[in-house]
Design a protein around this ligand. Structure first.
Ligand code: PMV
Length: 377
């Protein structure tokens, strides 16, 4: 039982920081985004008796950097990220939050399989290849997490969870990243959050209430995302930790009030291909979100001098009439969103102007299809 999928990362216009439900990874608010053609993960998941009693997950980047993690299956229950090695002489393995969620997802898939088929799934081998450098500090987990969840479900014979994209997006969200759930569908998508209408104590209703929907497909609007890598180190505070810290910010309630109506306005701007409205909404949104980050305890700063310089350069270019705006994920690398008419001049500015020294390298992406099944054996 083996399946291979490919799935893109995405860049959000209206973003989230902080969760409504940490167990189900439900964000505080509805978000929306564009998929990125140059940042994809191709992932194969195979379940076989031949793999003994351990699940193995290998991830490799386009830069040749790779990591392999191996754990006895049925050992990653609970919130404790420390799990035993293969035998008692080995020290416990400590996984980062997102990696631990990958192993927990294999357990979740095993449980779904047993509920549907009665039997037991054997060990899994997962191999994921990224189309971009792994060590580049590009917020890329959305690609890997969405491809992995989809391949795991299909390899387990649970195709109906893959075919139903709403359900697939819920499954991806529960692998630890609500932003990854937006990658399931093509082009421009949103992850809906029902908010206060759903009883917080009703876990099933909460889970059902948050899923991805398509705003417009990949052919709707020919925007380009230039991801400008200013720094290649991995981020100092993970988004998983940041979503918990958000609750300590005195500005979080102000952000929640601010967000009222914003996802709908951004959605409309995407549908109408209204570049300047989307630019204003998206830039105001990340600045508002960074204010929450910077006022949490401890404070989280993702900027570096290059991030600030590039922000100012983008303002200068837009004031001169170019259709470009910038946005940031939880990291120092700006995404410059450009209309086709301005692309050549923006590229030129990154090479020739006073910001050129801050640019390590760039990656250009277009809107692209969501999670695709490539092979099933
Ligand atoms: O879903 P996570 O844990 O990868 O966090 C995403 C956080 C942001 O990228 C800053 C916001 C977003 O909506 O993409």
């Amino acid at each position: 039982m083996r399946a291979t999928t490919v799935s893109p990362a995405n860049i959000a216009f209206i973003k989230y920081w902080g969760r409504r439900n940490h167990e189900l990874f439900i964000p505080l608010s509805t978000t929306n985004s564009m998929n990125l053609s140059s940042c994809t993960a191709t992932t194969t998941v195979e379940f076989s008796e031949e793999f003994g009693d351990s699940d193995t997950i290998s991830i490799s980047g386009q830069d040749g950097v790779s990591k392999t993690m191996e754990l006895p299956f049925e050992s990653v229950a609970g919130k404790d990220k420390k799990v035993k090695g293969r035998n008692s002489e080995q020290p416990p393995v400590v996984l980062d939050e997102k990696s631990a969620e990958l192993f927990r997802t294999l357990e979740r898939i095993r449980l779904l399989y047993s509920q549907e088929n009665g039997g037991q799934l054997p060990a899994a081998r997962v191999s994921s290849t990224l189309s971009f450098p792994m060590s580049a500090g590009i917020a890329s987990s959305a690609a890997g997490i969405s491809a992995f969840t989809a391949a795991g479900l299909v390899a387990a014979g649970l195709e109906r969870y893959f075919e139903d994209k709403q359900e697939l997006s819920r499954q991806v969200r529960k692998t630890g990243s609500a932003s990854a759930a937006r990658s399931v569908l093509g082009g421009f998508t949103e992850l809906l959050v029902a908010g206060n209408k759903v009883d917080p104590g009703d876990i099933e209703a909460q889970d059902q209430s948050s899923y991805a929907a398509q705003i417009a497909d990949e052919n709707h609007w020919d925007l380009t995302d230039i991801t400008v890598v200013t720094e290649s180190s991995s981020k100092k505070v993970s988004s998983s930790k940041g979503h918990e810290l958000a609750e300590t910010s005195s500005l979080l309630n102000a952000r929640i009030a601010y967000l009222e109506g914003k996802p709908e306005k951004a959605r409309q701007a995407i549908l109408e291909r209204d570049f300047m409205t989307l630019a204003e909404l998206a830039e105001a949104d990340w600045i508002n979100m960074f204010a929450v980050m910077m006022t949490s305890k401890p404070a989280v700063f993702y900027f570096n001098p290059g991030s600030i310089a590039l922000y100012h350069k983008v303002q200068e270019l837009r004031a001169s009439g170019l259709e470009v705006f910038c946005t940031f994920d939880a990291g120092p690398n700006p995404h410059l969103i450009c209309a086709n008419s301005s692309l050549a001049q923006v590229r030129q500015a990154l090479k020739d102007s006073d910001v050129a020294g801050f640019v390590s390298f760039t990656l250009e992406s277009k809107p692209v299809a969501g999670t695709q099944l490539i092979e099933k054996i």
